[in-house]
Write a protein that binds this ligand. Structure first.
Ligand SMILES: Cc1cc2nc3c(=O)[nH]c(=O)nc-3n(C[C@H](O)[C@H](O)[C@H](O)COP(=O)(O)O)c2cc1C
Length: 257
């Protein structure tokens, strides 16, 4: 093949890829996820999700205020050299934990849904970001149902994976929701990334969060701090390894086993 023909073919290929990217970007997050799965299956790529930071959007709105906060955060995280994957969780049908205990043996939830799909992505990630709109001074119920089952059913070591929570509200309940979400991290040996304020962004109707300049700055600072923590922890793990673990004691307030 002549050089000119090679050049022509490569240019055409690049144009086709640009067009494919344009179409892909225009798809809904759910459709993008589906397509990514199909592509990986076709190419024989094991879909553990290569993202180093897994981001869960607990809002049912793919283009709501929580999405705006996440995008501001992810933009800086990307500039810091971290891949991330955002899962649109709030619009999914996720039931709560029924305390059946099956996960104790199986190491995965008995309800085989998005929770079990998230588990390997969480295991592969260095950080987990949980973002939620505030509903009655609490996180979105779908997100809580997912987190209860995800954290309870998975037994891989979460020590020193960095956690961060983001809360989005019209006016109130941010701190309570922030505390609620951070508790999943602090019971799991996961250090929590800080920002310059508690990680809240304000907005009511979708799009209003774009006007919260301070909130968006909090997101950018959070991303920089989280990136710094993940880099530092990677170095620390290399030099010192993970902290030694004692055998976990389980007692309750009535008896000890
Ligand atoms: C059921 C429900 C409860 C809400 N409760 C609160 C609340 O307690 N405090 C608050 O400031 N905003 C509350 N809001 C408003 C949302 O938090 C706010 O509109 C937010 O921007 C939604 O984020 P999203 O666009 O990502 O879904 C509530 C909204 C809904 C639908």
């Amino acid at each position: 093949m002549s050089f000119e023909l090679w050049l022509f073919t490569i240019k055409r290929l690049a144009q086709t890829m640009d067009a494919a990217k344009l179409i892909f970007d225009g798809l809904s997050p759910d459709a993008q996820e589906e397509l990514r799965r199909e592509y990986n299956e076709y190419m024989g790529i094991k879909d553990t999700g290569s993202a180093r930071v897994l981001i869960l959007n607990g809002s049912p709105k793919a283009e709501g205020n929580t999405a705006i906060a996440i995008k501001e955060f992810a933009k800086v995280l990307d500039a810091e050299g971290f891949d991330s994957e955002t899962i649109q969780l709030g619009s999914k049908d996720v039931r709560g934990c029924v305390s059946c205990g099956a996960c104790g043996k199986a190491g995965k939830c008995a309800f085989d849904d998005i929770v079990n799909e998230l588990a390997p992505k969480f295991e592969a990630a260095d950080g987990l970001v949980v973002a939620s709109p505030v509903y009655y001074a609490s996180a979105n119920a779908t997100l809580i149902a997912c987190l209860d089952r995800l954290f309870y059913s998975t037994h891989f070591d979460k020590t020193m994976k960095v956690g961060a929570s983001i809360v989005v509200a019209r006016r109130g309940g941010c701190s309570a929701t922030f505390d609620e979400l951070n508790k999943y991290f602090t019971i799991s040996g996961m250090p929590v990334a800080p920002s310059q304020y508690w990680n809240s962004v304000h907005g009511s109707a979708p799009g209003e969060a774009l006007m919260d300049a301070e909130g968006l700055q909090i997101m950018r600072t959070l991303a920089r701090n989280m990136a710094f923590m993940m880099k530092s922890i990677a170095l620390g793990k290399e030099k010192y390894g993970l902290p030694e673990k004692e055998e976990h004691l389980w007692t309750n307030f009535i008896s000890s086993k």
